[in-house]
Design a protein around this ligand. Structure first.
Ligand code: GTP
Ligand code: MG
Length: 338
């Protein structure tokens, strides 16, 4: 098939317009910014981004940047790989412009709440979602944990559960609840080392999510020595107080990166389907090919092929299916009470 190839370059595409100030060539498309500097968004704070670029000596330099108008409505989140132009020295009061955003490899999304089911991107390009829950203080919300796991599968991230405050209570009930899923779970407390967590984070980009006060920033401070993320008083949680107010990416000493995020109360899944979740498990996704169209894969779906899949294997399969169906119960919800 013949294809028309448009060989004009951006520079050819120039309109000349007379103005009060004389004629000035105007490009319809902006230059391609081939000389733009690549960088990684490590923080976003009210429209101002911190972009980490490689400085002249090869050392990382943090540059403050804004979105260029040509990005349109495309948002920029922590973890985005971008290109910046302008002042990339990182000097005080310098400002660069983000002119392009690379396609995201993974996208952790959540919908805000019932009144506003708009999808929000939490972070980009993370490969692991660390779902943090305290054993107690604040009390765990298993519904919330389930929804985080669903978002993780739907967004292409590998989930890990971290139960904090093991010094204040027993994690046994939580561990039993999630044993049927193929999810790694770690228990931490202030009086034990964080090596187990560090080992799971090495070489990966992980994002921490969880309710306010569960100990995300406390964990980050322990994992990245020299970091001083503010940590808060749990008694103030629930009164509109979040200790951390924006997401921040930090380098881990053992390689890899960790992203601390502000506590969230809910994890709406308005845009997730049962098949998005199943897609994360190749064996289940394959078994589900025999399901009728639009099968929701729940126990109430009469011809769901996953029942036959479970019956044909060892008892662990039935347990896994039951766990998965519990998670699927959260699919399609915007802002459940908990
Ligand atoms: N006893 C005990 N307290 C902990 C543990 N981890 C964190 N804390 C305390 O829990 C409180 C809240 O910790 P933060 O690290 O601020 O919690 P966060 O998840 O970052 O909260 P937000 O930033 O609001 O989302 C602080 O007082 C911590 O000292 C733990 O393992 N055991
Ligand atoms: Mg915090």
């Amino acid at each position: 098939m013949a294809r028309r190839i448009d060989s004009r370059s951006d520079e050819d595409d120039v309109r000349v317009r007379a103005s009060r100030h004389g004629s000035r060539p105007r490009t319809r498309q902006r230059p391609a910014h081939e000389d733009a500097t690549p960088g990684l968004v490590v923080a976003v704070d009210r429209g101002r981004m911190t972009v980490r670029v490689e400085g002249p000596a090869g050392a990382p330099v943090d540059v403050t940047a804004m979105r260029a108008r040509e990005l349109g409505k495309h948002g920029v989140v922590v973890g985005d790989r971008v290109r910046v132009v302008g002042d990339v020295t990182g000097r005080t009061d310098s400002l660069a412009r983000i002119v392009s955003i690379a396609d995201r490899v993974t996208t952790l999304r959540r919908s805000a709440d019932d009144a506003d089911p708009t999808e929000r991107v939490v972070v980009a390009n993370a490969d692991q979602l660390v779902v943090v829950s305290a054993v107690t203080d604040p009390d765990p919300s298993v519904g919330f944990l389930d929804r985080c796991l669903v978002a993780s599968y739907a967004g292409g991230l590998v989930p890990v559960l971290v139960f904090t405050k093991g010094d204040l209570g027993s994690p046994a009930e939580l561990l039993v609840r999630y044993a049927g899923l193929d999810v790694d779970a770690v228990v931490v407390s202030l009086d034990t080392p964080v090596e187990d967590v560090a080992a799971r984070l090495a070489g990966r980009t992980s994002v921490l999510v969880g309710h306010s006060g569960v100990g995300k920033s406390t964990l980050v401070n322990r994992l990245v020595p020299g970091t001083n993320r503010a940590t808060g008083d749990v008694s103030k949680v629930g009164k509109g107080r979040h200790t951390s107010s924006s997401a921040v990416l930090l380098d881990l000493p053992g390689g890899g990166q960790i992203i601390d995020t502000p506590g969230i109360r809910s994890f709406g899944l308005a845009h997730v389907t049962a098949d998005d979740v199943l897609a994360a498990s190749s064996d289940l996704a394959e078994a589900a090919l025999d399901c009728p169209p639009l099968c929701g894969h729940t126990a109430e779906d009469p011809e769901c092929a996953l029942d036959a899949w479970a019956a044909a294997g060892p008892p662990a399969r039935a347990e896994r299916l039951a766990s998965l169906r519990r998670l699927l119960g959260a699919v399609g919800q915007t802002d459940p009470a908990h």
